[in-house]
Design a binder for this molecule. Structure first.
Ligand SMILES: Cc1cc2nc3c(=O)[nH]c(=O)nc-3n(C[C@H](O)[C@H](O)[C@H](O)COP(=O)(O)OP(=O)(O)OC[C@H]3O[C@@H](n4cnc5c(N)ncnc54)[C@H](O)[C@@H]3O)c2cc1C
Length: 210
């Protein structure tokens, strides 16, 4: 890649890896990462275990801090900023600073979208209540742990019986919470072969029973 400006939107796994790779490929590039979160480069796979107190320290989930990227790789990571508009002809990204609402424009030669995914929340009544939460970001995991601690939660329902749902359920059980997993498919953990599902049913039942 020739020299120029690389702008990356998203700063967790894909965004920070793309930024580091761009830097390794070309030391002359200007590399900027924009992310609406305040944390970057964290281990999503650790979130259920943080909720379950297996991982106790918040810092254990953080691979790098935003400022580390500038020091280690000369990559500018701008947190708390949301990309609102991409103009491919002008090669610009318009973004809003979430702290004060200020709008900024970034020029790019190459643009990387590493914006990940968002949880889908079923259209259930009361979903705006404070005790209905999603598990996707580090901030959400912090909020769940606070909720468990402050409200002395005794029972939980996990919607979604895929890998993440089961890991969250396992960790809630680990903290002494009676947990039920609700899954649309006839069996949980869709990725498993049908022949293995009997074992998973057994696991689910024992988790709920404890
Ligand atoms: C609870 C949990 C457990 C998991 N366990 C595992 C596991 O065991 N093994 C495994 O391989 N994977 C696991 N994963 C999946 C893994 O964490 C994800 O695949 C990974 O985080 C995806 O990284 P990403 O960078 O593509 O997207 P994301 O992590 O979603 O990051 C995208 C970032 O872009 C930001 N963003 C989005 N839109 C904008 C915008 N307009 N402007 C600015 N920023 C924006 C988002 O706020 C976010 O910070 C788990 C995920 C979760 C939630």
């Amino acid at each position: 890649m020739e020299s120029g400006n690389v702008v990356i939107i998203g700063g967790v796994a894909a965004g920070t890896k793309a930024a580091a790779k761009a830097r390794r490929e070309n030391p002359d590039l200007k590399v900027t990462v924009l992310t609406r979160e305040s944390y970057v480069s964290y281990a999503g796979c650790g979130l259920p275990y943080y909720i379950g107190d297996v991982i106790r320290e918040e810092k254990e989930l953080l691979v790098k801090k935003p400022e580390d990227f500038l020091i280690d790789y000369d990559i500018d990571v701008i947190t708390g900023i949301e990309a609102l508009k991409i103009a491919p002809e002008e090669k610009t990204v318009t973004a809003k600073d979430l702290s004060d609402g200020a709008v900024r424009e970034f020029n790019y030669d190459k643009l990387v979208l590493a914006t990940g995914a968002s949880p889908s929340i079923p259209p259930v009544k009361g979903k705006e209540l404070g005790n209905i939460v999603t598990v996707r970001t580090l901030r959400e995991a912090f909020a769940i742990k606070k909720l468990l601690r402050e409200r002395n939660i005794k029972k939980a329902v996990v919607v979604g019986g895929g890998m993440i749902g089961l890991e969250v359920a396992e960790n809630l059980v680990h903290t002494g919470i009676k947990t039920t997993v609700v899954e649309l498919a006839p069996h949980s953990e869709r990725q498993l072969f049908q022949s293995l599902c009997g074992i998973v049913h057994f696991f689910d039942a024992s988790a709920v029973a404890r």
